[in-house]
Design a binder for this molecule. Structure first.
Ligand code: ZN
Length: 211
């Protein structure tokens, strides 16, 4: 899979230093990623694609744990408070097709850090334009099906529902697919989740009860 992040730092150069730091500041562990993309669209490759980088941490997607051993990590230089600039998005869209082709990664396996670690991670956050990626076949975007079982459908789509509180799950799902959604799980949430589960099930064997 591919996991997208933001750096949560003020600029790409600070992030570059942090990602190259063999002796990180006290309290922070070593981190690494395969690619870093600056606000202006410059791409640094930091780890070979066939090697394991330390970007994902604890979490799971589609029942797959140890995400670091099964993913390419891409960091987008962004504080988390700003839109992702056009040159940065364009660079990402130029980088992804080759990665997906080389490793036979389906668009549904291009996910956010928050998708595999709800409640623990919030990047790339509600400002990231997933719909734009999906239009180019580089990720997925839901339509609306009939209402289903929200929890079961999110599990089938890939979310690690077993290890995560319901509120965190809803927050991660909405950050990606319904940034303006508020309050308890709604009919719209259930329709979107059902569509994702039906069209892009990460857990092929998982049964999703019909509504
Ligand atoms: Zn991250």
């Amino acid at each position: 899979m591919v996991v997208l992040h933001y750096t949560a730092m003020t600029n790409a150069e600070d992030a570059l230093r942090r990602l190259c730091d063999d002796c990180p500041p006290e309290g922070l562990g070593p981190v690494s990623c395969h690619y870093l993309i600056s606000e202006t669209g410059r791409i640094w490759q930091m780890v070979r694609e066939r090697d394991r980088a330390w970007h994902a941490g604890v979490g799971a997607w589609g029942g797959r744990e140890d995400v670091n051993s099964h993913s390419i990590g891409i960091e987008l230089a962004n504080t988390g408070m700003h839109p992702f600039p056009e040159p940065q998005m364009a660079a990402l869209e130029a980088l992804l097709p080759g990665i997906l082709a080389r490793w036979s990664i389906a668009p549904a396996r291009v996910i956010g850090h928050s998708d595999m670690a709800p409640g623990r991670k919030i990047d790339p956050g509600p400002r990231f334009d997933w719909r734009r990626l999906a239009r180019q076949g580089l990720s997925v975007w839901p339509g609306a099906a009939r209402e289903g079982d929200f929890h079961a459908d999110l599990a089938r789509f890939g979310y690690p529902v077993e290890a995560v509180a319901e509120a965190d799950l809803l927050e991660a799902f909405r950050a990606r697919f319904r940034p303006h959604g508020r309050g308890a799980v709604s009919a719209e949430d259930r329709r979107i989740a059902r569509d994702l589960a039906e069209r892009f099930p990460a857990r092929a064997g998982a049964h999703s009860p019909t509504a």
